[in-house]
Design a protein around this ligand. Structure first.
Ligand code: AMP
Ligand code: TRP
Length: 329
């Protein structure tokens, strides 16, 4: 039987946080034995928020190296740069013509991102259509992403269903594959908001690639509460978030962690958390250092990836164009 398809992407818009790691990247590796996996570097998505070209180039190569450091094997999975496969923009255009403006305007990510800019540009609004194109090009069954992407998955399904009913059965309807724990990691300084690389408070996030001492310091400073009791509940949001981080790095369940630290103070808990996190990240940090400067290897990976991805994507676009009534060349 043919393998089912897993597809995901991450934007090269800055250094990744452990939120990205726990919610998405970490899960990519484990899927590659059972599925055909495609992992893209979503540079076309990144430019929906202004990127300095020099930084975008650096961040793109960083992210390829990080994919590899996180254990994605280019012999098993397809790693490529989104802008190298022109079918993404082609299918996005076609899908734009069947997507409701109102639905795009209701996307929570669109609403929150548009509040942060002086002028809202069209790319920001159409962002989910491009994401739908990414996913639908490859007959994707499952999409491993963090909870913040759930709504984008829903609109992808709507767009696919609309196309199928208007032009006949074409696209596979994809499903979200949420992280088992930590689908939404919160800021260490403000547990009401998502951990994000664009947070102005640098103590709010831990980067996958940073100095171990930095990581320890930030975890020590993480906001908790004055209750002084280890438990996992919504009244202790800061602590709950730290337990989620502990759980995802240790493999213990949240209950097991609460039991382990019952009657102990936050100080000890945080110290051991720092140990678990730095130990968990160490292999990736080392591997990243090893491969990041091997430009020739990175280039080989993304070129071969683009070739494999293009082959599948071209077939889909040909089929879509035909169904829409375009005359083939
Ligand atoms: P982005 O950096 O926006 O391209 O996100 C890449 C992936 O990381 C997506 O699957 C997101 O859902 C996931 N992600 C980003 N931030 C978090 C977070 N704080 N907690 C869990 N997952 C996250
Ligand atoms: N929009 C996703 C994010 O910010 C990144 C992304 C782009 C993606 N294309 C995708 C994720 C396709 C999954 C599938 O996290």
């Amino acid at each position: 039987m043919e393998k089912k398809v897993v597809y995901s992407g991450i934007q090269p818009s800055g250094s990744l946080t452990i939120g990205n790691y726990i919610g998405a990247l970490r899960n990519f590796k484990d899927l590659q034995d059972d599925y055909l996996c495609l992992y893209c570097i979503a540079d076309l998505h990144a430019i929906t928020v202004h990127q300095e070209p020099k930084n975008l180039r650096k961040n793109t190569l960083d992210l390829i190296a990080l994919y590899l450091a996180a254990g994605i094997d280019p012999e098993k999975s397809i790693i490529y740069i989104q802008s190298h496969v022109h079918e993404h923009t082609e299918l996005a255009w076609a899908l734009n013509t069947i997507t409701g403006l109102g639905q795009l305007q209701r996307m929570t990510q669109f609403k929150s991102k548009s509040q942060k800019v002086k002028e809202v540009e069209a790319g920001l609004l159409n962002y989910p259509v491009l994401m739908a194109a990414d996913i639908l090009l490859y007959n994707t069954n499952f999409v491993p992403v963090g909870e913040d992407q759930r709504q984008h998955l829903e609109i992808t399904r709507d767009i696919a269903e609309r196309f199928n009913s208007r032009y006949s059965e074409t696209f596979t309807i994809p499903e979200i594959l949420p992280a088992k724990v930590g689908g939404r990691i919160m800021s260490l300084q403000d547990p009401m908001s998502k951990m994000s690389k664009s947070d102005s408070n640098k103590d709010g996030f831990i980067l996958i690639i940073e100095d171990e001492n930095e990581t320890r310091k930030k975890l020590k400073k993480a906001v908790t509460d004055s209750l002084g009791k280890i438990s996992y509940n919504d009244d202790q949001k800061g602590l709950k978030n730290l337990i989620d981080i502990y759980a995802s790095f240790s493999g213990l369940s949240t209950d097991e962690i609460v039991c382990k630290y019952e009657g102990k103070g936050y100080g000890i808990f945080k110290e051991e958390l720092a140990e678990v996190v730095t130990l968990g990240l160490r292999p990736i940090r080392e591997k990243f250092k090893e491969i990041r400067d091997d430009k020739a290897y990175l280039e080989k990976v993304y070129k071969e990836g683009a070739e494999k991805a293009s082959y599948i994507a071209a077939k889909t676009v040909r089929k879509v164009y035909k169904k829409m009534g375009f005359i083939p060349r």
